[in-house]
Design a protein around this ligand. Structure first.
Ligand code: NAD
Length: 521
């Protein structure tokens, strides 16, 4: 019997022993850098002739690993392997499947700092953000294992009927294409994989090109627990080639994707096609972008609101789907909130996160991100008043750094207030009053997270109904959802509202089978 689920605690970096343990992990991971990694299909390593580098975004000359550059045929082989493995894996008892997750969680907990340090180097997370990412990965393993044990046999949820024995089982779907993003490279990759596996599906995972190393470590963790060959296959390469083939393959039964709106909607359309030889309707579990807002009214605790805005806007350089990129502030308190937000943002320290825990702002993930964000810095200059930052490095030698940037007095319909930027860029949007502010909140095509700072009970009540996002927070930041506490997923163009880390999530990876048996009279 397992203990009730509890969230993994975060590491306290004010303690010297934790700082030195994390430094030691960084050194260990730095010494591992530069390896060459294969695809792993049916438990066999497959090296490709071509490789692509995964680099440290704070120092792009530093290659953390070389990864096999796959093509469509690699995806075909991996899906064939997963398809064969499904024949047995689907009948593996649920308790046994759950045990793989419990064991993987225990092992990841033992190597916690190593997993976090890998993210510091591969995607430029600061220590606390990396630690939170690993804690969330452990949470997903622990939580989904328990949830699957709970839902697998749901017969006790049915009503009694005399003379009949009725049962309801949640059985697996088949081969899952797992396509994660780079921004929560441990938590999301691990969570989506764990959910698919514990529900009895087999998996082909193709990590984002920016974070293949951490994904390899996750897979290794599962393989080391003795997962049968072919149940979890790892392949790498360009999303538009390898990922696209995984989505199109007729043996793929479902796609679980987290990433941009652009790719997500493309996958949505493709999964609707019935390919030749396909015997099912593919399921698409899609989590996409956000344009998340924090609304502050004149009754709010303004210092707390400013703190929430700054943390939500600049945590992991604004590269969270939940990041606050619009602060909508009632005019009466606008100047004071702007002053406080600036004061709190000016003390952020930018640098290479491997240097130490005092670094709060690291690099953005790659050159493409740098270019895209730089474009928005230009747009912002014409749409608002530049209050802070506004500069980005322009050479690979410098690392992909973008200063935390704030534009003041931006119109709610401006591009920087409507489009997902995915970088450390915050628009402050003044609004006449709460009513108008709520309308601005709901004016984008997204609906992922949001927060309201207000002390007015009637407004909080109204926001419960009318602030249209999948994850709504009152008087706290709009990032940092915890597994089991705040099931995570968005509305509208933010995705299919799959609610990762919630009690319904695993149902998406299963199909329900009802069995009725007439009993002898
Ligand atoms: P992305 O869409 O560029 O890539 C995501 C994944 O899709 C990667 O593995 C990529 O290789 C793959 N891919 C790319 N083209 C593909 C194609 N044609 N077919 C199949 N796969 C393809 O996104 P990203 O830059 O990795 O991540 C950032 C985005 O993710 C942001 O928009 C962010 O808001 C979103 N995100 C959403 C959530 C959420 O829970 N809603 C969480 C994290 C990130």
């Amino acid at each position: 019997m397992h203990e009730p689920f509890r969230n993994e605690p975060f590491t306290d970096f004010s303690l010297a022993e934790n700082v030195s343990a994390f430094r030691a992990a960084l050194e260990k991971v730095q010494a591992q850098c530069g390896g060459t990694f294969p695809h792993v299909i049916q438990g066999e390593e497959e090296h490709s002739d071509q490789h692509f580098p995964s680099v440290n975004p704070a120092d792009p000359q530093e290659i953390v690993g070389h990864f096999s550059d796959g093509d469509a045929s690699v995806a075909d082989r991996a899906i064939d392997a997963a398809s064969t493995a499904f024949e047995e894996w689907q009948y593996t008892p649920v308790a046994e499947r759950a045990e793989y997750l419990f064991q993987a969680a225990a092992e990841m907990r033992r190597r916690k700092h190593e997993f976090s340090a890998t993210m510091v180097l591969e995607v430029g997370k600061n220590w606390a953000e990396a630690d939170g990412d690993t804690a969330e990965a452990i949470d997903f393993l622990e939580y989904y294992a328990r949830q699957m044990l709970r839902i697998a046999d749901s017969s006790d949820q049915l009503v009694e009927y005399e003379g009949e024995n009725n049962s309801l089982y949640y059985i697996p779907l088949g081969v899952g294409a797992v396509i994660p993003p780079w921004n929560f490279p441990n938590a999301i990759a691990c969570g989506m994989t764990a959910a698919a596996l514990v529900a009895g599906n087999t998996v082909v995972i193709k990590p984002a090109e920016q974070s293949p190393w951490i994904a390899y470590k996750i897979c290794e963790l599962f393989w080391q627990q003795g997962l049968p060959a072919g149940v979890l296959n790892y392949i790498t390469g360009p999303g538009e080639v390898v990922g696209a083939r995984m989505v199109e393959h007729p043996e793929t039964r479902f796609v679980v994707f987290t990433g941009s709106r652009e790719v997500g909607t493309e996958i949505y359309a493709k999964t609707a096609n019935v390919e030749e030889g396909q015997r099912w309707l593919k399921r698409a579990i899609l989590e996409m972008g956000g344009k998340d807002a924090i609304l502050v009214d004149e009754t709010a605790d303004l210092a707390a609101a400013a703190e929430g805005i700054v943390t939500s806007a600049f945590g992991f350089q604004g590269q969270k789907c939940s990041a606050c990129s619009r602060a909508i502030i009632v005019e009466q308190v606008y100047d004071e909130v702007q002053r406080l937000v600036l004061e709190k943002s000016q003390v952020l320290l930018m640098g290479a996160p491997e240097k130490g825990n005092e670094i709060t702002v690291g690099p953005v993930v790659d050159r493409d991100a740098l270019r895209k964000i730089s474009g928005y810095l230009e747009i912002g200059r014409s749409e608002g008043e530049l209050l802070l930052g506004g500069n980005a490095a322009d050479a690979d030698e410098e690392g992909y750094f973008v200063e935390p940037t704030i534009f003041g007095r931006v119109d709610g319909n401006a591009r920087i207030a409507q489009e997902e930027i995915f970088g450390p860029v915050l628009a402050l949007v003044p609004t006449k009053d709460f009513d108008e502010g709520l309308a601005i909140v709901n004016s984008t095509e997204y609906g992922l997270t949001g927060a309201l700072y207000s002390q007015d009970p009637a407004r909080l009540k109204r926001a419960r109904r009318e602030f249209h996002v999948g994850n709504l927070y009152f008087n706290r930041k709009c990032t940092g959802a915890l597994v089991g506490l705040q099931p995570f997923g968005g509305f509208n163009m933010s995705g299919t509202d799959s609610k990762a880390g919630g009690p319904d999530y695993l149902l998406l990876f299963t199909q329900a089978k009802s069995i009725a048996e007439r009993l002898p009279a």
